[in-house]
Design a protein around this ligand. Sequence first.
Ligand code: ZN
Length: 539
Amino acid sequence: MGNKQSNEKQIQESQISQNQSQLSSRDSQISSSNFTINKIQKQVLLNQELIYPSSDNCPSKINVTLNGITFWSNYDSGNLSQVEQIEATTFNLSISEDCQGRIPPVQCNKGTRQWFNFKVISVTDFQANFVIVNIATRFKKIWTNDSDIYVKINKIWSRYPAVYQGFQVKFSFEFKANQIVQFAYMPPWSYKKNQKFFDFYFSQLHPDIYFRRETIAHSLEGRNIELITITKNGPHEQQEYYCPEFLFPDKQQNESLIKFKKQYILISCRVHAGEVPASFILKGILESLQNYNESAKFLLENYVFLIIPMLNPDGVYRGHYRLDSLGYDQNRVYNRILKFPKFNGPLAVLETCKNYNVAFYIDLHAHSVLSNSFIYTNWHPDPSIHQAILEFPKQMKSKVAHFRIKEAMSTQINYEKNQYEIEGIYTEKEENIQKAPELKIHLTKENLVPQSMNDDCPYSINPYLTGVAKSDVYLTTQVMFSYTLEVNYRFYTKNKQVFKYEIIDFITLGRDVIESLYSAHQNQDFIQIKQHLDSNILN
Ligand SMILES: [Zn+2]
């Protein structure tokens, strides 16, 4: 254990010094943002936002020993903030809210205590009772009386029974002397694991496949936000030079980048730090491409896949459930990126959509409240275009037993008025899709602009609906086929029965993304509308 812990500590310490060297550049980024508030307000904002100098003050990372039992979370994606021995064998455990709840005054993001990930070792055989005492109330639907957590013993993760009661999670465990046991909300997919995955993935690819891996941006704490390019090998016609100064920070000035003539499919993941099922969906997508079956071959011949596997690596490293290192929900900032300190992940998504010929954009998520898997789409006023937009969710519905099209909530965007119009949830009646007009909500342009920094939450008009990637990619870059794919962390319902998700279900869902994209291209109506849209955009 000693070696392992000291290795982890060394890695953490090197990360800390890296973080500290990033601080001055972070300050200047924030000072130079053209956010329209006065100097005093800006200073207040700076003080509130920069309360964390680096991960060494991260309250989610501890290492404590109580009566021969050591608990630690001071590693990549760990989260455990406090341990208290209540009785001889009973320990109360606390987890840390993202940024300890000290979030910027511009978003309502309280209640993010959900993700936990820690290791325990006992010097003797020991029967322990654990109570995680401060699970957030916000996501209570995810927990049922027989909720499971996950345990890793001898390198293998498995479900482990726990009881959820009054926002507490209770479980017992029989430790064998000197055995390291890891407990987590889900089997973690950390920043480091993500990097290792691509090291290995690269070495396993079919020789026909072109693969490139680069850093499209650095996070605020200096971690790499990677961009993966995958397509079928062939003559790569280099088009115009493209390298916005704020992207590809490791590129030399004037270094040219290859741009393909083919259209692009952009897939992003982990903007919400704890949404591990999204990484497993991405794994399924990548495995499908690697397997190079008929569907993958077709898509790789006709498209270039651009993949940003981890948009919020700081949040992932810190063991956050949702937010970044400043406490922002980065999937609510897409409509105001230029007004705030750099949100480099979302910025990379928007710039990629603006500068490459992106035909499809899919942002991968996991959902804590709504069950099953489903897709959020955008609403288009032209019915035939809207049907084309729904082709991908419909194909998913036909292939995935736990997929629900009725949750395909559509966001209508009125380009002229620059406003969002939420039309409601679509049900499966009447040719699969039916409007629910009673749910119609209108958000005006004014609602999307900050009114005052003095309000507790000036964006509270509906933080769930504005600044979301799939809407703003559509609104600002004309990528019509822009989606959020969601899957519940824990369960799905079918024929009024409840089923628990296994990790393999998420991976299979990713494979079905590839199959569904392929099937959509077998539908002539869809192809016709897409070609029409493509030619309009080209003209
Ligand atoms: Zn999410």
